[in-house]
Design a protein around this ligand. Structure first.
Ligand SMILES: [Fe+2]
Ligand SMILES: [Fe+2]
Length: 139
């Protein structure tokens, strides 16, 4: 089962920004698949996909924080804090060198946090705002 499913309604019309979200979805789904796979090679794959997820998250957070300020989004400060906490959690995992059940458990929690953050009202309201500004006649 797919961990987090992309929906057309998540599209804002900002191609680069939407592509970042889609990439994060793909990577999160791949990590989720790897976590379900206990085979010896899976730790190696988790490390490499996790590295890409971390890089994409850093880039995306920069983009989204800037966009929120640029568009005068009301809860941008609160949202930025949530981003920082999330990134700290990922950096903590990245800083541990040994793979294993502990790391897998922490990663699973971070994936849940990612999903909850994306689906929460705050992120969705911002997507709707961007969509409305990019396609003013559509609503
Ligand atoms: Fe986002
Ligand atoms: Fe966000």
């Amino acid at each position: 089962m797919t961990f987090i499913e992309w929906k057309d309604s998540y599209q804002t019309g900002l191609a680069g920004y939407d592509a970042q979200h889609q990439t994060l979805f793909r990577l999160a789904n791949r990590i989720h698949e790897c976590l379900a796979n206990e085979s010896p090679g899976s730790d190696l794959e988790i490390s490499s996909v996790f590295g890409a997820f971390l890089e994409m998250t850093r880039a995306h957070i920069r983009t989204e924080d800037e966009l929120m300020v640029w568009h005068g989004y009301s809860s941008s400060e609160h949202h930025e804090e949530a981003h920082s906490r999330f990134l700290e959690g990922l950096e903590l995992i990245a800083g541990q060198d040994s793979p294993g059940p502990n790391k897998r458990g922490q990663l699973a929690l971070m994936l849940d946090m990612f999903k909850a953050h994306f689906e929460a009202e705050d992120e969705q309201a911002f997507l709707a705002l961007l969509h409305q500004r990019n396609f003013p006649s559509a609503s």
